[in-house]
Design a protein around this ligand. Structure first.
Ligand SMILES: Nc1ncnc2c1ncn2[C@@H]1O[C@H](COP(=O)(O)OP(=O)(O)O)[C@@H](O)[C@H]1O
Ligand SMILES: [Mg+2]
Length: 369
């Protein structure tokens, strides 16, 4: 029996998804690819741009953090700036982060224009001979209204207006199937080295999860059989995050039973929640009207876009342009699918389908106030 004040976790922190692992296994090729891109920056030149591509949970964000850790330890002339585009999804927000990192404080609150922020950043880079390396993580969140074109264009042509300004971009994209076509003026400056993050193999997953278990749980808590089960589920979902979250929940579930070790039932029982971590994460980024469209799409399975718009318009009075934007965003973050399927009565029409069980979505979003 586990006493009430006892725990199975040696270090529970290790199972939080924002924990930066000390050992970053099986990503040597990707790390050296990234370092190759950064090398010119360490010598004061503009870095090679990079595009990291791979499904969720393949270590892309971790690779950026590891790289930036090293840059900060080695150079004060290279300034790495991490931007999570899910949080900062407009060009203004992106440059706001750049400004903060470069100057150590926020831009003046009294409505400073994008142009002014940009000029200050570019001038600082030129005058202080600082090379900016900007990571745009989950860059698909900038695809709406072509924000990404503006961001890349500004960053990568800064030296034309501010000679001496040096900036490079590492873009990260989780959905290779998202076909975004950059503006031709961007394509001519954003010639990125592609770095692929393939799914981990079963052996690699076992290695990575095994390491976490060893560091995070007391010995004897996780048997080989239980570890294999977590590896199975992690492999099945294709996302390492699911495996890590599953280990945490299984540990908590065993503690709840006052058991000194995790049983297979703990793992099976926890999987139902762990497999939905994407959904939970994606929902956090939605605004009220976006949640409304998602709710309507969940309530009316496989609905035509036109019908969905009527429902949305009835509830909110909003116009088609906004509706269209929302559909594109929900599609970009993989909450819905909008395919032109088959011929409708009035020609081809888009069919909107949610990518989860409608109830799984509905139970997570509150009804409209
Ligand atoms: N090679 C690895 N070794 C150890 N932990 C890893 C590795 N790859 C990913 N992780 C862990 O898996 C989770 C997801 O990784 P992350 O870098 O966020 O993936 P992505 O950005 O590709 O979606 C994180 O909690 C991270 O610590
Ligand atoms: Mg990531």
């Amino acid at each position: 029996m586990l006493l009430w004040e006892e725990t199975l976790f040696k270090n529970r922190e290790l199972f939080e998804l924002d924990h930066l692992p000390e050992h970053f296994l099986h990503r040597e090729a990707q790390m050296s690819g990234l370092k190759f891109c950064i090398r010119p920056a360490l010598q004061g030149a503009r870095p090679v741009n990079a595009l990291c591509l791979g499904p969720p949970g393949t270590g892309k964000t971790t690779a950026i953090f590891k790289l930036f850790e090293e840059i900060e330890a080695h150079s004060s002339k290279v300034v790495p700036v991490y931007v999570n585009c899910q949080m900062d999804y407009t060009r203004y927000a992106v440059f706001y982060q750049l400004y903060k990192k470069l100057f150590g404080h926020s831009p003046p609150p009294s409505g400073i224009s994008f142009k002014r922020i940009f000029e200050k950043i570019a001038r600082q880079s030129a005058e202080k001979s600082q090379v900016l390396v900007v990571a745009l993580d989950d860059v698909n969140y900038l695809f709406h209204e072509r924000e990404v074109d503006h961001v890349l264009y500004s960053l990568l042509r800064a030296h034309e207006t501010f000679p001496g300004a040096r900036m490079g971009v590492i873009a990260v994209l989780s959905e290779p199937s998202l076909r975004y076509v950059f503006d031709p003026r961007v394509t001519s400056v954003f010639q990125a080295e592609e770095i692929a993050f393939p799914l981990y193999t079963r052996e690699e997953i076992r290695d990575i999860l095994g390491r976490r278990v060893k560091l995070g749980f007391y010995s004897g808590v996780v048997s080989d059989e239980v570890l294999d089960l977590a590896v199975d589920y992690s492999e099945k979902s294709g996302d390492l995050r699911v495996g890590i979250d599953l280990l945490k929940r299984s540990g908590l579930s065993a503690e709840k039973r006052a058991s000194k070790s995790i049983f297979a039932e703990d793992v099976h029982g926890s999987y139902q929640r762990s497999r939905l971590i994407h959904l939970t994460y994606a929902l956090k980024s939605l605004k009220e009207d976006e949640l409304k469209v998602l709710r309507l799409a969940s309530e009316h399975e496989s609905c035509r876009a036109g019908e969905l718009f009527s429902l949305f318009h009835e509830e909110t009075g909003a116009g088609y342009t906004r509706f269209h934007e929302i559909l594109n965003k929900l599609d970009a973050i993989r909450l819905i699918n909008t395919d032109f399927s088959g011929a409708g009565k009035r020609g081809r029409s888009r069919i909107v389908k949610v990518r989860y069980e409608p109830d799984e979505i509905l139970s997570r979003i509150r009804p409209p106030a």
